[in-house]
Design a protein around this ligand. Structure first.
Ligand SMILES: *Cc1c(COP(=O)(O)O)cnc(C)c1O
Length: 470
């Protein structure tokens, strides 16, 4: 299996998995995808149903991931996957259990991992892969990242204690929920440095970009990233689409409803569908920041400025542009890298591109199956209240967004909604909706009272450089 960039107009030879793992973004600014998607037959799916039932999630993950990774020996890869998806790390040993809801919807629980958000599903694997590959090469890496909440804690829980890995995670001072702050700042590990920046999330991201733009500094400290454009994260996420499909009884196609921001989660659903998993529709749900809902409704992709990006009650979806979207457009346009480059480099320089008049966009639904919808704050509150009343389940505001969009989508047949966080992370909104505090899993009891490990810096790249230089 080789990997190509979405912007490779020169037809360069494909790269191996372990090279793109550490590289992240391609040198031409594009994103990596496999040269082709491996096909999975109905027979294999039936074998995997037995495997998942008998040997568990990690066994299924190994079978799927080895289709994409041929430069790590099977025995090593099995160890990596077994460590990433050890049942004891997750609140439920099934790792991704599914539950039926009152009116024909199903919920696939992706947030049973160490930081209680679906990002753990990918980050746990990424942490193990990084440790393995760095060990094999005798190298080290300094991860410098920016987070508005979920990514930071998920990355820190996955990378703590990994030899050769240091982490500097920037967050906007005082702007994460108290629970999210406690999750990150309670980590006591000399190789994990929490950096609270006087500013907003975009300021944090700008500092990360500035350091990465400093080629000399970047090379000297071996700066790396764990953001959602890393192919290995998508690859890990493909697995739970298969697991959820296999766990919903029957073998008819199902649709998936996905709370979306950077298009990482649902891009994995697109790939699973391309591999042959019987998925009817991919229902993309956004909040008020509806860049993607607008595209699938109109064909027009219009990115937003900071002023136009709203702070909502589903903050992990408050995006101004969707960093993984280019991968889907590459497939939509028949993998025409020249067209992708002209859209994402030339046209997006003016903030938008428009595919509404093209045959590819007109044929999108039949070929790729995407439909979209959006929710408001009130919709999410109503949905949280309703699911609690009807199903006795408490869902978080991101999941509520997808439940709302799924119900109104008009899509027939069974719909699996992906649950992307536990409600305990967003207690304020849960209390507003239901008047009740969300349940708190044992492992998070008292984390607000633990000593905090965090360094405050001004919005200044030199302050960050000094910190990294130590
Ligand atoms: C990151 C995140 C999302 C958005 O996922 P994308 O892959 O960026 O589309 C949705 N919900 C929660 C809780 C998240 O943490």
């Amino acid at each position: 299996m080789r990997y190509v960039s979405t912007r490779d107009t020169a037809g360069l030879p494909g790269k191996r998995f372990s090279d793109i793992l550490l590289e992240g973004l391609a040198a031409d600014g594009g994103l990596y995808l496999p040269e082709s998607y491996p096909a999975v037959s109905a027979e294999t799916l039936e074998d995997w149903r037995v495997l998942l039932e008998r040997d568990g999630y990690a066994a299924l993950a190994f079978e799927i991931i080895r289709l994409f990774v041929d430069d790590i020996p099977d025995d090593d890869l099995r160890g990596i996957v077994d460590r990433a998806y050890a049942p004891t790390k997750f609140l439920d040993p099934a790792i991704v259990p599914v539950t039926a809801m009152a009116d024909g919807l199903w919920l696939a629980h992706l947030s049973n991992g160490p930081s209680a958000a679906f990002k753990d599903m990918a980050m746990q694997l990424l942490g193990e892969l990084f440790a393995y590959e760095l060990g094999r090469r005798g190298e080290s890496i300094t991860i410098v990242g920016a987070t508005s909440g979920d990514t930071g804690s998920s990355a820190e829980y996955a990378l703590r204690g990994k030899p050769g890995v240091r982490v500097f995670m920037l967050s906007p001072l005082g702007r994460m929920t108290p629970f999210q702050q406690a999750q990150m700042f309670s980590i006591d590990d000399p190789a994990i440095v929490n950096v609270a920046v006087e500013g907003v999330f975009d300021d944090c991201q700008d500092l990360v970009k500035e350091l990465n733009g400093d080629a000399e500094f970047k090379a000297r400290h071996r700066l790396g990233a764990v953001n959602s454009i890393n192919w290995a994260r998508l690859m890990a996420q493909v697995v739970y689409y298969f697991a959820a499909w296999l766990r919903v009884p029957g073998d008819e196609p199902v649709s998936f409803a996905v709370p979306s921001g950077n298009f990482g989660n649902i891009a994995a659903g697109h790939i699973a569908r391309e591999m042959g998993l019987p998925i009817h529709r991919l229902i993309l749900a956004t909040n008020e920041n509806n860049v993607l809902e607008e595209f699938f409704g109109t064909g027009r992709y219009r990115i937003r400025g900071t002023e136009e990006t709203l702070a909502t009650s589903s903050p992990s979806m408050d995006i101004s542009k969707a960093s993984n979207f280019e991968r889907f457009v590459f497939d939509l346009l028949g993998r025409d890298a020249a067209r992708v480059r002209s859209l994402f480099v030339d046209e997006l320089a003016d903030g938008e591109f428009d595919l509404s008049g093209t045959p590819e966009f007109a044929g999108q639904l039949d070929r790729f199956g995407f439909v979209s919808g959006a929710s408001t704050h009130q919709d999410r509150l109503d949905e949280i209240r309703r699911v609690l009343a009807d199903d006795g389940l408490m869902i978080d505001p991101h999941t509520a967004d997808a439940v709302h969009v799924a119900r109104l989508s008009g899509v027939e047949g069974r719909i699996v909604v992906l649950e992307t966080a536990l409600p305990v992370k967003f207690a304020e909104t849960i209390v507003e909706a239901t008047g009740q505090e969300p349940p708190r899993p044992e492992r998070f009891v008292g984390i607000e009272d633990l000593p905090r490990h965090v360094v405050e810096i001004p919005r200044d790249a030199n302050a960050l450089r000094a910190l990294i230089e130590g």
